[in-house]
Design a protein around this ligand. Structure first.
Ligand code: 13P
Length: 255
């Protein structure tokens, strides 16, 4: 059985005071056991949050890494540097990075490999735009994004140490969620493609959903067969709401 997984992607939100208030709320309400929880704040706050939550069982992640371990790349950070700050996960290939920072599948594959090189666990984001969905290209788009990594970056084909996040671009920050049925359908497609590598591989990789996940829709999504949790943006900025979403995911193990 796959352990539920929920990650917070704060994106470029937060401030020193916000972080202190968040940590205070989180400590009062944090879920225990039954679910892997990862918080991906802006890099600037990572070590502060890592230190504060060291004993709380929460893991930390970064929202991107550079593919190279070092070099003349002003403003960037290497996966190894993120690890030094306390990260154990890294989001790779988020649609905002693909769209706003021109990251194509080749760049994403290189970054995926960099996270593995540094010993971080990649959270690979895949997802189609509305235009691609309307053109009947949703599955082809998502599978091409997945293949970009499965084909080039897995040192060991059976390495299960990564998470796939299906995030339909049209559902991110829009308040429009994929229906549980739509999401399950794509998750099933993703798992079937993982199955081409091997059955055990497909059964152990966590595939989580992202795109306007909130307290009200989490249960309907997380109870789907192939949805193992969520990658949460906006709703993760509220510690109480995020804790509740994590609890909902954890209940899928209990039941
Ligand atoms: P929202 O939950 O705000 O739609 O963001 C989803 C996301 O992009 C998480 O990576």
């Amino acid at each position: 059985m796959r352990r539920p997984f929920v990650a917070a992607n704060w994106k470029m939100h937060g401030a020193a005071r916000f972080v202190e208030a968040y940590l205070e709320d989180w400590r009062k309400t944090a879920p225990r056991g039954a679910v892997d929880v990862v918080i991906c704040p802006p890099l600037a706050y990572l070590d502060r949050i890592a230190a504060a939550l060291r004993d709380d069982g929460v893991l930390l992640g970064v929202q991107t890494v550079h593919a190279e371990p070092a070099g003349a790349y002003t403003g960037e950070h290497a996966a190894e540097m993120a690890r030094d700050l306390g990260a154990t996960y890294a989001i790779v290939g988020h649609s905002e990075r693909r769209r706003l920072f021109a990251e194509n599948d080749t760049v994403v594959a290189a970054k995926f490999a960099a996270t593995k090189r540094a010993g971080l666990v990649p959270i690979l984001c895949v997802g189609e735009t509305l235009a691609e969905r309307r053109a009947g290209q949703a599955e082809a788009t998502v599978l091409a994004q997945l293949d970009g990594v499965l084909g080039h970056a897995c040192a060991e084909p059976r390495d299960t140490d990564f998470v796939v996040a299906y995030e339909p671009v049209w559902a991110i920050g829009t308040g429009e969620t994929a229906t549980p049925t739509q999401a399950q359908q794509m998750h099933g497609t993703i798992r079937a493609r993982l199955g081409d590598v091997g059955d055990a591989f497909a059964q152990s990789v966590r595939v989580v959903y992202g795109g306007s996940v909130n307290v009200d829709n989490a249960e309907a999504l997380f109870t789907q067969t192939d949805i193992d949790g969520g990658l949460v943006g906006g709703a993760s900025l509220d510690a109480v709401a995020f804790a509740e979403i994590c609890r909902v995911a954890g209940r899928q193990t209990d039941s």
